[in-house]
Design a protein around this ligand. Structure first.
Ligand code: GLA
Length: 393
């Protein structure tokens, strides 16, 4: 690991960030293995209470650029080359910290303590019942979603940049207090984003606890590989390495049934255009308002990375492949986007203009005896790894 010493790129970065104030420059540091790759740290803005919030810019030797902020351990933007080498940001989000402070869509966020839903906000560990806030109600049925009203996407993490050989990244830490949003146990969480020179963008979460708890820490970026946030993702092609999805009730809580995808519009075991079947009269699609389900990944083995998804935009040729050590992937087709969130460049994000591919444990795993355990005990380490590999074809 190299210490951050060389004051390069800072002026250019601050010019690119509207909220980067003059007085942030003396604190900004950077280094790089070449003119075109490196790591820059600068101020993104201030919390309502006045604390400074950093943003880290990671650049690789192919021109890919990721911006990650300490607020919410959020991926702010990701510039990816298309088949002609043109770079574009392929994520939904905001230009300024202020946008993210009021964001309700979890754009780019690290979601926790438990990503996705917990039925009625209730679960038990060792016979003791816990109650969490219910902050979501699909189908009019209340549930706990994405960690509650102030989940990990709404707290300030502590970031530290690093560089090592052909990769650079940022490690973010957050100590989630015992009782936060109703969860038992003090959870110490470390999230690392890494950009490599082979165009891999890695998100990784580790956590330890001082008392038994449940967790499912999830990365929640919204992707539109065209780089044009005004376009629909219905034209993207998706392959999911899965033969089963988790059927849900009207509250989007898994019923316990692992439903075979064969012969249904849920079959992405070979690549399909997303929009081709999304409007079919199929119960799961009606309940989800489109695709919003967990697919059980084929061939998961404890701790090993398996292929989860391949997404391709036919226009630009951009491809994103995802692998993970988790048992499932949530494919959410941006069904709740309705133009009310105005994001980067003043674009109002319309229905299905981005999608999420969130590797995870099963939604509501704490209440499903057939799900992989979501309980973490003192002495154990939670480890979730998600690799996004970018290419063009
Ligand atoms: C997840 C869920 C969706 C929705 C989004 C956030 O992806 O599966 O139902 O709640 O988060 O809007």
């Amino acid at each position: 690991m190299k210490p951050l010493v060389k004051p390069l790129f800072v002026v250019a970065m601050c010019a690119a960030l509207s909220s980067c104030s003059d007085d942030s420059s003396p604190d900004s540091t950077s280094s790089g293995s070449s003119e075109s790759s490196g790591l820059v740290e600068s101020e993104f803005g201030k919390m309502p209470g006045g604390e400074s919030v950093k943003i880290f810019t990671l650049t690789n030797t192919n021109g890919m650029e990721a911006k990650v902020t300490e607020y919410g351990a959020i991926l702010v933007s990701l510039q990816v080359p298309d088949k002609d080498g043109n770079l574009a940001d392929v994520t939904h989000g905001y230009d300024t910290l202020e946008g993210w402070l009021t964001n309700t869509s979890y754009f780019g966020a690290t979601v926790g303590r438990f990503g996705n839903r917990i039925a009625h906000g209730k679960f038990s560990i060792d016979g003791k019942e816990y109650s969490l806030v219910t902050n979501n109600d699909p189908g009019g049925i209340p549930c706990h979603l994405h960690g509650g009203t102030k989940g990990y996407d709404k707290v300030l993490w502590k970031g530290e940049g690093f560089e090592s050989g052909s990769e650079r990244g940022v490690k973010l830490t957050y100590v989630s207090p015992d009782g936060e949003e109703g969860y038992p146990g003090t959870l110490t969480v470390e999230v690392t984003y890494t950009l490599t020179d082979s165009n891999d963008f890695v998100w990784e979460a580790k956590a330890t606890t001082d008392a038994p708890t449940v967790l499912n820490i999830v990365h929640h970026s919204y992707w539109n590989l065209s780089g044009d946030a005004n376009t629909s993702i219905n034209d993207h092609e998706l392959k999911l390495f899965s033969d089963h999805y988790l059927a849900t009730d009207a509250g989007l809580i898994p019923t316990g049934e692992k439903a075979a995808v064969t012969g249904t519009p849920m079959d992405f075991s070979s690549a399909h255009v997303i929009g081709a079947r999304v409007e079919e009269d199929f119960e799961a699609l009606k309940l989800g308002g489109g695709y919003d389900h967990a697919w059980v990944l084929n061939g998961t083995k404890d701790g090993d990375l398996v292929k989860a998804a391949k997404l391709r935009d036919p226009e630009t040729g951009r491809v994103m492949e995802i692998s993970t050590n988790q048992p499932a992937i949530q494919f959410y087709g941006g069904n709740f986007l309705d133009g009310t969130a105005t994001g980067k460049g003043g674009v109002a994000y319309q229905h299905r203009t981005a999608l999420c591919l969130e590797t995870e444990n099963y939604p509501d795993a704490p209440n499903n005896p057939d799900a992989p355990s979501a309980v973490l005990r003192p002495g154990e380490t939670y480890h979730h790894k998600m690799v996004h590999s970018f290419s063009a074809e």
